[in-house]
Design a protein. Sequence first.
Length: 679
Amino acid sequence: MSELLKISLPDGSVREMPAGSTPADVAAAIGPGLAKAAIAARVDGELRDLGRPFEGDAELALVTTRDEDDALELARHDYAHVLAEAVQALWPGTQITFGPATDDGFYYDVMAPATRDPFSMDDLPAIEEKMREIIKADKPLHREVWTRQQLIDRWKSEGENFKAEWAAELPEGEELTVYWSGAPSEEGSWLDMCRGPHLPSTGKLDPQAFKLMRVAGAYWRGDQKNAQLTRIYGTGWLNKKQLSAHLTRLEEAAKRDHRKLGREMDLFHLQEEAHGSVFWHPNGYRIWRELEAYMRRKMDGAGYQEIKTPQLMDVRQWEQSGHWGKYAENMFAVPDIVPEVEGLGDDNDGKGASPRVAADADWMAIKPMNCPAHVLVFKQGITSYRDLPVRLGEMGCCHRNEPHGALHGLMRVRQFTQDDAHIFCTESQVVDEVRAFCKLADAVYKDFGFTYEVKLALRPEKRFGSEEGWDKAEQELRDAVAEAGMANEDYGWEELPGEGAFYAPKLEWHLTDAIGRTWQVGTIQGDRVLPERLDATYVGEDGEKHRPVMLHRAIFGSYERFIGILIEHFAGRLPVWLAPVQAVVATIVSDADDYAKDVAAKLQAAGVRVESDLRNEKINYKVREHSVAKVPRLLVVGKREAEEGTVAIRTLGEQQQNFCSLDEAIAMLKAEATPPDLR
């Protein structure tokens, strides 16, 4: 009699199954409905294929499409494999590499056969059709364990040079798996090297729930010295409804793209002469100035002292803080240079002296963050426990050496300015300070109309500091959020293992925008490492020196990114108080020019940012032009309005005009132009 395995289920029951049984067998034993619905399994917490046998007694949770996170990950992984199979079926001789799931889909890197050009957008319809054919064939996906040599021999025999190279580097003793699409070794079956898991068959995918989106160049193993491949991107979902909703979101996001709106509204531009740095135009910098003034008022009201620290600091300072060891590749280093004054003749092409690096040059680094400099300010003089907490804020300009390919408008730049601050406090003050920050951040985000979720990022695998220190720091953040009333479902409270900084756990604020996207912006981190490394102390009540706790915090995160988020959230239709131009007075006829000038002057005196449009153009043309520029209020005046002392107000996005007296219009616009914290 064969040994029976004990399989524990989520409801607390235990099923006894013969040795060699699979999760699919358990599903079938429970009932035909579950057997049909199950797509994978979690065995002792590990996501696995339904058909993979148990190795012994186990805890089992069957996965269905209701388990959306797991189901989407599996589906997207399978779509990637079906994509590679389709490409090779259509163009034999295509070499495949790898294709993972992504946040909203999948991709696969391939190399076209020598007989044709690299794949392009024109090839996508044919590939999609072939993918649907493979899905409808409902081919079983079957897992096998192979040796490394089996893999190498297989790939070499099929001319799969990239796969063969990768297989040769795999560890000899590791369990190496392949998956067949179709019955193993039968005609029409297809093989790929993969860790899995996969759905039971291709037919578990919805043939109407995916779409190939674009192609791009990619280098083998991400190295530009290697062969160039074609990366084919797709988006994949569990059903057609989800796909349609995603494509609608993409269409809406394209309309809201801050780069497009930035051009239309004349806010900023970027160009190669300053990779990753923003050229702010007057309109865009007006938004910046309003945000900066708003944040200064908030920080002043919360007891922060504003400081300004240097852009360049000696590399040894960054070594001591630990940043050089962690982030050196993302920092710009600057040597001490001596001008070469010889040889400035005609052959120099008028370029001036060429710099040279002195043999004994000191190296400086442009700051990628403000933290070490704030510690140096705190260390000036002697600080007593009576002085704590000390809250130091800075609108600090920082630089990080982001790869060119990663740069994205305002969202990812090389030069950015943070609404940064550091709070130096005693151990007993930490929870109160974090709780106060939670309330401050809440007030700010509500002023902009955002909802948000709060997450706690816990200790990463590689970190500085003691376990005791990490335990204390993580618990302090939990306690503060609980006391602020935010550690619950209403605020999406969640703990994220392994996602903290190398020196501290952190609370994260994830904003939700108008079309449902989330953006991680604000943070606060409880740090005991940097004060230790940079020898920050205060004199305690006992007369002895003690280490302060250092709280790193920001609300906007960076001005550049926050402005990008605001532009997309509001689709360019910023609240009146933030709009660069809050109102335009436009004339219908030239007879109203003097009245229009008088209206604009009175609005300006009331603190409204206003412009006049007296051009000899039709009013519909003016309305259209100022609508594109996203001016919130257009005040239309003609001969009648001039005689009656009235205006016709057109609100951006609305067809209806509202007529009112000039005094009423000024009062309304003055109220709308007032920042929310001053109302």
